[in-house]
Design a protein around this ligand. Sequence first.
Ligand SMILES: Nc1nc2c(ncn2[C@@H]2O[C@H](COP(=O)(O)OP(=O)(O)OP(=O)(O)O)[C@@H](O)[C@H]2O)c(=O)[nH]1
Ligand SMILES: [Mg+2]
Length: 444
Amino acid sequence: MIRQLLKRVTYSTTATYSTTATYSTTATYSPSYLKLQVGLIQRCKRHEKTDNLYISDIDINKGDTIQVCSGLVPYVPIEQMLLKRVVVITNMKSRKLKGEVSQGMILAAEKVVDEKTKTVVVEPVEPPKSSVIGERLYFDKEDRDFEPPKLKEKVWAYLQPKLGTNEDKQVVFENKTLLRGENRDDFASGPDYKIVVLGAGGVGKSSITVQFVQGVYIESYDPTIEDSYRKQIEVDGRACDLEILDTAGVAQFTAMRELYIKSGKGFLLVYSVTDENSLKELLALREQVLRIKDCETVPMVLVGNKCDLEEDRVLSIEDGVQVSQDWGLVPFYETSAMYKTNVDEAFIDVVRQIMRNEAAISVEKKILKEKHKLEQAQAQESQKSNLTYSETTTTQQYGGNENPNTQLNSAAAPPATTLTGRFTQLSGVNSSKSSSGNKCCTIM
Ligand SMILES: Nc1nc2c(ncn2[C@@H]2O[C@H](COP(=O)(O)OP(=O)(O)OP(=O)(O)O)[C@@H](O)[C@H]2O)c(=O)[nH]1
Ligand SMILES: [Mg+2]
């Protein structure tokens, strides 16, 4: 291990190295020391002995799971942890936190949203859009052959402050290299096109989705529990990575609906023109979407499927148009999954709506940023002094262990206009002095 470390470590002239493996803190380690993988949280529960820790089973390789304790309880509701794709450091030494094994760390970014109250939001970092569970993630090309050793605390302590996020929420190392998956064009967090297909049982949600994604029609009926698909398409000259969630319509499988709605950016609300009740069910579903999203302008289309079944039709086009009008002119399509009628059109419409929404949000953000800059300049002007931003150090604890070594030491807070998110990692690594506790780290 020491040899391995030596190979990768560049020492400054003042560095010392002895056979007892004492590393100088001035040693430099490349980011390839972090073995980062895409994981899927399959199970998540609260730690029984502390308030702050989740214990998650994370799939990191085709069903191989590791258990990770993370101090995310104050920041992420448990239902949002479930089925979440996360970036996990998988070469940390296994630890026990209050008796529970922690075999890795979930990478999370933190941002101070209110300097006065020191209010912090923490979000697990999203893996690259088209990455798959278990996939290794890298900061740079050159280091891909390097199999990192089990991470020593000092190595982590060196690497952690150099991690950060940029304005697009991409993970960066020393502001130079982006965290990417195998697909190097795929940024760590690109535009998010998560589309959720909702509707009553048997209306054709799966048939529409499979027809759109794979171009085939499913004749048989197999009630869905939950299926997720990915597809890349180009819309208006822009490459879009879609994640499509085909949900359950049959009542006994709909428990997760709320969770899906929370995570979705756009929605296909599907009924069947041969089933009057299926349209009625959509009214409540739309209400649920608006309530959960807490917004009137959720990207959405109304889809009347099975329009090829003219003889069995009980709902006319006018019925669909009426509902679309009642909903504030939500785009309406009559589709046939069997003949692929209007299927692409319905999905692309949702993608366009998501794009418009994101563009509006980013304009809003820009305006706010400019406003803030202006205010700052005015404040500086009025003080007529050489006011320099004073560097503040906050210390904050995440995790359930009252351990002085588990502190989050924020770096100097830059002006809010440049603060794009510091970086945090919450979970089971102890400093050499601590016997328990989860270490939290920030990066700017
Ligand atoms: N004729 C015709 N049949 C369709 C169409 N779409 C779906 N079907 C049939 O309707 C049945 C149900 O389709 P699914 O796509 O499984 O319905 P679902 O909405 O996913 O059902 P759940 O998963 O139970 O919610 C299947 O037998 C499909 O072949 C269509 O456009 N035309
Ligand atoms: Mg289905």
